[in-house]
Design a binder for this molecule. Sequence first.
Ligand code: ZN
Length: 203
Amino acid sequence: MKIICIGRNYTAHIKELENERPTDPVVFIKPDSSVLPKEQDFYIPEFSDNIHYEVEVLVKIKKVGKHIDKKFAANYYDEIGLGIDFTARDLQSELKEKGLPWEKAKGFDGAAVLGKWVAKSNFKTVDNINFSLLKNNEVVQKGNTGLMLWKIDELIAYVSQFFTLKKGDVIFTGTPAGVGKVVVNDYLCGVLENEEMFTLNIK
Ligand code: ZN
């Protein structure tokens, strides 16, 4: 499977990182080796002093598709999830400055946290789902999928122009404002509507 990630999909987060508002979605990929195994703690890697959490709504692709029309995009997923796009912000800033790819900052082992999956049919619409991230029991990020610059079906249409989507692929749909650093002994908890989707210890 592959993990396709969208950057800069929420206005407030674009502002906090002082990025420009994109005219097309920002897209990058994490390798399958970046998935943090279930029930495992997240270990801060040695090459970074500034690992950031980014909570994001996830979409799991259920069948092969290419050049998917937006109006048929909903046929390609049944499950919605929540996860973390861990980012070595120090390394990413360095790479960005040099105009180099971000993979080392975004695709390292453990950088993709996938929580549990829930049926899309649980929601009236996927474009109005509330989600949040708690760090040490305090809310640090809060979002709603209605605030995305590109909604889920538009993202599927867009990325499938470049990449054939396959069964089991996961799309990270971008993070809202409030990203921040994790330190050893932090405890993260992701919530989608009122359901706990993952918990995680930082080591
Ligand atoms: Zn992200």
